[in-house]
Design a protein around this ligand. Structure first.
Ligand code: AMP
Length: 410
């Protein structure tokens, strides 16, 4: 992997004091209808970059999108309240500029004292952001001398504030983005073998690229959740009323063939936990995966399947995890995910495993299992994390890594 220029290269510059630095952050935190932040993890992860730049005396402008205002100003999606929340987390004054371009942005940055911080208004209030429009990038880059990208979660989108700025300003990777890249490199770039992947969740159709890419990279692939049903059905096993994607049967056969060709062992559940409906129950039934009654549905991996996953974890040195093994929102169908995830966390804490998880519902499932803290790294990046696991190039990272600085215009 080509490594992007680290933050240290910027911090060690002799003129860092007073330098105007834009940090692309991900302030797109989940909020309640009343505007209260439900989970501030994304803000917490920005602290190292912001604190180090501030201590070095840089003047810091924080850029981010928030929601989907579709290129128009929308007071409900203003970053002003998030700037206040960031200020209390940082225990430092954080200003606010009413626009990310033009006079408010220019004066907001110019008026900062050395070490001062300000949040600029939602970049998506301008259509040029998502269009990665050249004129907009020019206006956006105007107030700053340097650019730090610390928003891995937005790196799969070639937008003006993610990819465009990296072509217009000397650019660096922030601490949180750097950590994310290192974690991904550890599991898929240059992993300690054997490597194992757990892929669960509802549907194969949303994870085809992921499955094909993982097969070419890992030694063992555990298929769980609703996806496992389709794998079994495609092989002629009756799965009752379980979630199933019949249109994916050919793809399943392609996946199994590809796995055989590349020597990747596929683990499907030997036993399963059933219910009559997609609902919590006090009386779950477990049975062998080949014995599912017509009127029942599979909602979790069974005890034998979970033991096999644990045995595979013991044999592995590296684990990458995406998606729950069952309908984890419904008790007791969270059991399989819980036991396997807690075991992975235990092995990680014991120093026997490097474990990285993320994407979709995975963070919620591992938090629910009380296992997330034991993992080596949990990615909150969602789409960007998945695209990386799918083997795709993330445009904002690509530009940053290859330092594609164009001659600055204007
Ligand atoms: P994903 O976002 O693709 O990772 O899927 C997560 C969803 O898969 C969760 O909402 C789970 O309830 C669901 N899921 C997992 N296992 C099953 C299953 N056996 N049947 C139906 N839904 C499932």
């Amino acid at each position: 992997m080509t490594t992007p220029r680290p933050l240290d290269d910027l911090l060690s510059q002799s003129d860092i004091q007073g330098k105007k630095v834009f940090v692309r952050a991900d302030l797109n935190v989940p909020v309640t209808a009343q505007g209260t932040i439900r989970d501030a993890t994304r803000l917490d992860r920005l602290l190292p970059t912001l604190e180090e730049l501030s201590q070095a005396g840089a003047r810091i402008g924080i850029l981010s999108h928030f929601g989907r205002p579709n290129g128009t100003k929308n007071a409900a999606m203003s970053l002003e309240p998030i700037a206040r929340a960031l200020s209390s987390i940082l225990a430092k004054q954080v200003g606010f500029c009413s626009d990310c371009i033009g006079h408010p942005a220019m004066t907001g940055m110019d008026n900062l004292a050395a070490g001062g911080l300000t949040v600029l208004e939602n970049t998506r209030f301008h259509a040029g952001e998502e269009a990665n429009d050249a004129a907009f990038i020019k206006s956006l880059s105007a107030p700053a001398d340097a650019f730090v990208n610390d928003a891995f979660s937005t790196a799969h989108r070639a937008h003006a504030s993610t990819e465009g700025l990296a072509r217009h300003l000397p650019s660096y990777a922030g601490r949180s983005l750097q950590r994310e890249l290192e974690a991904l490199e550890t599991v898929l770039g240059n992993p300690t073998r054997p490597v194992m992947a757990v892929v669960g969740g509802a549907k194969i159709s949303t994870k085809l690229d992921l499955l094909f890419n993982l097969i070419s990279k890992v030694d063992t692939l555990v298929i769980g959740g609703g996806m496992a049903n389709t794998f079994m059905a495609a092989q002629g096993i009756a799965i009752g009323r379980s979630l199933c994607e019949e249109t994916m049967f050919d793809k399943v056969r392609d996946i199994l063939q590809a796995a055989q060709n590349s020597g990747c062992e596929i683990l499907l559940p030997d036993d399963v936990v059933l219910a009559e409906n997609f609902a919590a129950t006090d009386s779950p039934i477990s049975c062998q995966a080949t014995q599912v009654p017509e009127d029942m549905m599979i909602l979790d991996a069974g005890p034998l399947a979970v033991s096999k996953i644990k045995a595979a974890i013991v044999k592995s040195k590296t684990l990458v995890w995406n998606g729950p093994l069952g309908a984890f929102e419904l008790t007791p169908f969270d059991e399989g995910t819980k036991i396997a995830a807690q075991f992975a966390a235990q092995q990680t804490i014991a120093g026997d495993l490097v474990s990285v998880a993320g994407g979709g519902d995975t963070v919620a499932a591992l938090n629910h299992a009380d296992a997330a803290n034991g993992f080596t790294y949990i990615s909150t990046a969602g789409g960007a994390f998945l695209e990386w696991l799918e083997g795709k190039t993330l445009p904002a990272i690509d530009t940053l890594q290859h330092n594609k600085l164009e001659k600055r215009v204007g």
